[in-house]
Design a protein. Structure first.
Length: 348
C-alpha cells in the first residue's frame, strides 16, 4: 500500500465505495470506510460487522461507530495521522456523501482518486482470477440446470426464477445483475429483463446471467432454441458466433479496446448487420459487473495481461429477434484464456 500512496503523492486515501473497500481490505460490509496510510490502515464500520472485522483484519486499526459518528471519526483519524492531502472517490460518491465529506474535511486538501483506483483494479491478481473462475463455474452449472427444465409455455419470469434458484443452489453469494431472459421477439431488445411472455417451441431464447462468489462477478450469455427458428435468425446466429470466434482468437494484451472491438464489428458489418450491432464488444468484470476497460468503438485504453473482459457481439433486428453470445476471458500477452466453457450449440 505504501507504493500506491507514494506513487500518487497523497498522505491518505479515503474509500467509502463498497467494492473499493473490499478490494483493498478483503472485507465486504454494507456500511463503512477504509483509510489507507503509509503507517497504518483503518476500517470504520458498525457493530454488525465487529466479529467479522476482528477476524479478517488482524493487522488493521478498527473503529466501530454509529452513523451519526461516521464523518467525525474520519476527521479525527486524519488529524491523528497528521494528513494534509486526502485522496477520495470523486466518481462513485453520492452527491450528499461528497458534500458531507467536503464540509467535514474542510481543513484538508481533497485529491480526486477515482481514476487512479480504477486503473489499479483493472489488472486482476491471480487470487481475483480464481474467484471469478469459480463464479463462472457456478453460473454455468445454474444455466445447465435451468435449460433442462425449459419447455414450451414457460414464461420469461418462470425461467428467471429458475436461474436465480439454481445460482444460489450451486454456491452463489449473490447476483452480478438481474438476469436478462428474453424469448421470441423480445430477443431484439439487448437489455430486456423478463415478462410474462410464454415460450413458443421455435422461439429463440437469450439468457444473459451472472452471479457473485466472495464478491466477484461472472457474466455469460447464450442464445438457444427448442425448435427451428426463422431462417433469418439462424443466419444471424451463425454470423454472431463466427464474429465472436474471430475476436476470441485475436484479442491479446497490447491492443486498445477499439482494436479488440473491431475484430467482431468488421465481420458483422461485412455481413450486412453493422447497424444492428449497437453496443460495444465487451467490458471488464471484477467486483463490479461493468468495470474498465470497455471494448468498444473509440476505447483508447490498452489491454494488459490479466485484465478480465467479456466478448459479447450481438445482432438485434426489430420486429424479428436477436442473438447475443458472451464469454469471459483473461487477457494474456500471447492471446487470452477463455473462462467460459458452456456449449454454444443453438439447440437445447
Amino acid at each position: 500500500m505504501d507504493k500506491f500512496l507514494s506513487d500518487n503523492s497523497i498522505d491518505c486515501c479515503l474509500l467509502i465505495n463498497e467494492d473499493n473497500r473490499q478490494y483493498f481490505s478483503g472485507l465486504r460490509t454494507s456500511f463503512g470506510c477504509v483509510i489507507l496510510n503509509k503507517n497504518a490502515n483503518y476500517y470504520i464500520t458498525d457493530f454488525r460487522y465487529e466479529y467479522a472485522a476482528k477476524e479478517a483484519l488482524t493487522d488493521w486499526e478498527l473503529r466501530f461507530v454509529k452513523y451519526s459518528e461516521f464523518y467525525d471519526t474520519i476527521k479525527s483519524i486524519l488529524h491523528n495521522l497528521e494528513a494534509k492531502t486526502v485522496g477520495f472517490e470523486d466518481k462513485s460518491l453520492t452527491y450528499s456523501e461528497a458534500q458531507e465529506l467536503k464540509e467535514t474535511l474542510s481543513g484538508f486538501e481533497l485529491v480526486a482518486c477515482s481514476d487512479i483506483i480504477d486503473t489499479r483494479r483493472m489488472v486482476k491478481t491471480e487470487d481475483e482470477i480464481k474467484l471469478i473462475k469459480i463464479s463462472q463455474e457456478i453460473t454455468e452449472k445454474a444455466l445447465s440446470a435451468t435449460l433442462e427444465r425449459i419447455k414450451p409455455k414457460m414464461s420469461e419470469r418462470d425461467v428467471c426464477a429458475e436461474i436465480i434458484y439454481n445460482m444460489y443452489l450451486n454456491g452463489a453469494d449473490g447476483l452480478s445483475f438481474e438476469p436478462i431472459v428474453a424469448m421470441g421477439i423480445n430477443t431484439s431488445k439487448p437489455h430486456h429483463s423478463y415478462s410474462d411472455y410464454r415460450l413458443e417451441k421455435d422461439d429463440f431464447i437469450t439468457l444473459d446471467i451472472g452471479c457473485k462468489f466472495k464478491g466477484y462477478c461472472s457474466d455469460m450469455t447464450r442464445t438457444v432454441t427448442l425448435g427451428e427458428p426463422d431462417k433469418k435468425l439462424i443466419e444471424i446466429y451463425n454470423i454472431v458466433k463466427k464474429a465472436q470466434e474471430y475476436a476470441l482468437s485475436s484479442i491479446r494484451a497490447g491492443m486498445t479496446g477499439h482494436e479488440a472491438d473491431s475484430f467482431a464489428r468488421e465481420y458483422i458489418t461485412a455481413n450486412g448487420y453493422g447497424k444492428e450491432f449497437g453496443h460495444g464488444l465487451g467490458h471488464a468484470v471484477g467486483l463490479f459487473i461493468h468495470e474498465n476497460p470497455r471494448l468498444g468503438v473509440g476505447s483508447k485504453i490498452v489491454l494488459k495481461e490479466n485484465m478480465v473482459v467479456t466478448v459479447e457481439p450481438g445482432i438485434y433486428v426489430q420486429g424479428l429477434g436477436g442473438v447475443r453470445i458472451e464469454d469471459m476471458i483473461v487477457v494474456k500477452n500471447d492471446g487470452n484464456i477463455n473462462l467460459t466453457h458452456f456449449s454454444k450449440d443453438m439447440k437445447i
